[in-house]
Design a protein around this ligand. Structure first.
Ligand code: SAH
Length: 366
């Protein structure tokens, strides 16, 4: 925006400029700079608007009373809006710990996000990075529905803003964000990294990098790129099977990036960052839950930076079903016998179809 004469200095690539550029474009301006010049905005006005959106979590311009009325009116006349996602269905689980939202985007696409309020005060929000997904994992409801489009950074960010606002009403805050909703974050790499900048900005939303986790289907070039970002954002890899034969059947992406290549990439990541990787492993009855699988998986986990996260399966009505609790525990025990570190994810929100893509699938079916 700095190229506008006499206008404001908002460094290109800064969270504030990412935010303004996207909101301005969606409002019909050519860029953030065009917005600034057309309304002759001063720097402190931009700061007020950005602060209202990211710190005060204002829903819309009307709520921002620090701005003069005529400026608010001009901005909204031009289609400038704070929220790029509109909740269409919001469901709360019986135990009140899980809230799931289905959000409509401007073009009518829909994505889901889920808030999980854990005992002990942690509140995790799971957000989507794409409408649909191109990776077609066999066990995943989103994958079965196909790909629609990439989200932009503020469409991703606004899912977090929605739940932050909900929590604020109860004097609570988001403590963690996971990119485990719809879509493959690393197939929309730039927008996801911009969303991370918005989530992290200490002058804005202010969530620490260590409280953010990106989960990927295992896209090798992007894992390498992510390793070189020099940020403390956590990485999770959807492994789900310990050998190519089985992984290839469950996850078509394995044909492109087979396990040996993926694990070599993980080693490079660990060497570069000294950070742990969480390997997600969804427990599928009779598919990947045998003792032999546990032994094979343990062999891939080569030290203290490897952490297995066993995920009880949320059935999506397809041909697959989840392993029994006893089987999950036995699998965890076997992994530990072989020296691997494994935890079991506590399932939440099963009564509201809280697994990836399930709410949308259900709504469309009914
Ligand atoms: N595309 C990314 C992130 C989205 S899914 C990835 O593949 O990692 C987030 C996690 O939920 C992944 O590990 C995914 O495999 C898992 N998952 C998908 N459908 C599920 C279901 N029905 N039950 C449990 N976990 C599921």
């Amino acid at each position: 925006m700095s190229e506008v004469e006499g206008a404001v200095e908002v460094p290109e690539g800064s969270p504030q400029s990412i935010w303004f550029n996207e909101k301005a474009r969606r409002g019909g301006f050519a860029s953030g700079a065009a917005l600034v010049s057309s309304l002759d905005l001063r720097k402190y006005r931009l700061d007020q608007i950005y602060r209202a959106a990211t710190k005060e979590l204002a829903r819309d311009l009307d709520g921002v009373t620090t701005l003069p009325k005529d400026l608010r009116a001009k901005l909204s006349e031009r289609g400038f809006a704070f929220d790029s996602v509109t909740p269409t269905v919001v469901q709360r689980s019986n135990d009140k710990q899980t809230t799931k939202g289905l959000f409509r985007l401007a073009d009518g696409s829909e994505v889901e996000a889920v808030l999980m309020e854990h005992h002990g005060g942690r509140s995790t929000v799971c957000i989507s990075s794409q409408a649909g997904c191109a990776y077609a994992c066999r066990f995943c409801a989103t994958g079965q529905g196909g790909f629609t489009r990439n989200l932009d950074a503020t469409e991703i960010f606004d899912q977090a803003r929605y739940f932050a606002r909900e929590l604020a009403r109860r004097d609570k805050k988001i403590t963690n964000i996971v990119f485990m909703g719809m879509g493959e974050p690393f197939a929309n790499y730039d927008a996801v990294m911009d969303a991370v900048r918005l989530l992290h900005d200490p002058k804005g939303f202010g969530l620490g990098h260590r409280h953010i986790t990106i989960s990927t289907v295992g896209l090798v070039p992007q894992i390498d790129k992510f390793a070189s970002e020099g940020i403390q954002v956590n990485l999770a890899i959807s492994l789900h099977a310990p050998n190519d034969e089985l992984r290839g059947r469950l996850m078509p992406v394995n044909r492109k990036y087979p396990i040996a290549e993926l694990m070599a990439t993980c080693q490079r990541y660990m060497k570069a960052t000294h950070r742990k990787i969480f390997f997600e492993y969804v427990m599928l009855d009779g598919q990947n839950d045998s003792d032999a699988c546990a032994t094979e998986l343990a062999r891939l986990m080569r030290g203290p930076l490897y952490h297995v996260n066993l995920i009880p399966y949320n059935s999506t009505g397809a041909e697959l079903s989840g392993s029994s609790d006893a089987k999950v525990r036995a699998f965890q025990k076997k992994l530990e016998e072989h020296g691997a570190v494994a935890t079991v994810r506590v399932p939440m929100g099963r009564d509201i179809a809280a697994a990836c893509g399930q709410l949308k699938a259900e709504k469309n079916a009914s």
